[in-house]
Design a protein. Structure first.
Length: 203
C-alpha cells in the first residue's frame, strides 16, 4: 500500500518509512508527488491542524494520507498563555531558539519556577471516502526556570524540561535513553497506523 505522509520534512519521512517498512506500507512525501502547496496550519489545537492537513492533502493527491502535528501545554495556566501549536511564535513574532528559552523561563517563573506540562502529538489519517481517523500521544515533562547550559539544536526547550522517567534534563538524555522513550511513542503510533490501514484494506 502506498500512502502519502503530508510533510516536506525528510527526517520525518525517514522516521515513518523505517517505522512501517516491515508492514508493506510505502511512504511517499509531498515533494515526491510534486505537491508544493502548503496548507495553512490554522486551528485551536494540534488535532484540528492535523485533520485539516490530511483532508486537504488527501483531496489534492487522492492518496490515503497521514499527518502529524504537535503542541505544548502546561497544567494550571490560563488558556490565553498556553503555547499550544504556537510554541515558536509569541504575539505574532517567531522567536529564535534562545528567545524561546528566555520566554518560557519567564513564563515558568511567573508560576513558581516549575510547571508540569506535556507535548501532544496528534496523528490523523484520511481515506478516499472522507473518513478521518485520529490518535493522540502525550509526552509528559516537568518544566523549570533553571536553564541547563547544554543545547539540543532545533529543540531549545530540552534545556528547561525534565524527563520524569529518568529525572534528568531532557538535554542530558543519552542516545539509549532517547531511543527507549522514542520506542514507546513510536510503538503506539505504529500500532494505530497499521491497524487503521489494515482496516481500510478490508473495505
Amino acid at each position: 500500500m502506498e500512502v502519502l505522509f503530508a510533510t516536506h520534512n525528510k527526517s520525518k519521512l525517514q522516521l515513518y518509512r523505517n517505522m512501517l517498512k516491515e508492514d508493506g506500507v510505502k511512504i511517499v512525501g509531498l515533494d515526491e508527488l510534486g505537491i508544493d502547496y502548503d496548507v495553512k496550519e490554522v486551528g485551536k489545537n494540534s488535532k484540528e491542524i492535523a485533520i485539516k492537513k490530511v483532508k486537504e492533502y488527501n483531496k489534492l493527491s487522492n492518496y490515503i494520507t497521514i499527518s502529524e502535528d504537535t503542541g505544548l501545554y502546561f497544567d494550571n495556566i490560563p488558556d490565553e498563555k498556553q503555547p499550544g501549536v504556537n510554541v515558536n511564535t509569541v504575539n505574532g513574532k517567531k522567536l529564535s531558539e534562545e528567545e524561546r528559552i528566555e520566554y518560557y523561563k519567564s513564563l515558568i517563573s511567573d508560576y513558581g519556577g516549575l510547571l508540569n506540562g506535556y507535548w501532544i502529538k496528534d496523528i490523523a489519517i484520511a481515506d478516499n471516502n472522507g473518513n478521518i481517523f485520529t490518535y493522540k500521544y502525550k509526552i509528559k515533562k516537568i518544566f523549570t526556570n533553571k536553564v541547563h547550559k547544554l543545547r539540543n539544536e532545533g529543540y531549545p526547550l530540552d534545556s528547561i524540561s525534565i524527563t520524569p522517567e529518568y529525572n534528568k534534563y531532557t538535554v542530558e538524555l543519552t542516545d539509549e535513553e532517547n531511543m527507549r522513550l522514542n520506542e514507546s511513542c513510536n510503538k503506539e503510533i505504529h500500532n494505530f497506523i497499521v491497524t487503521t490501514l489494515n482496516g481500510l484494506k478490508k473495505h
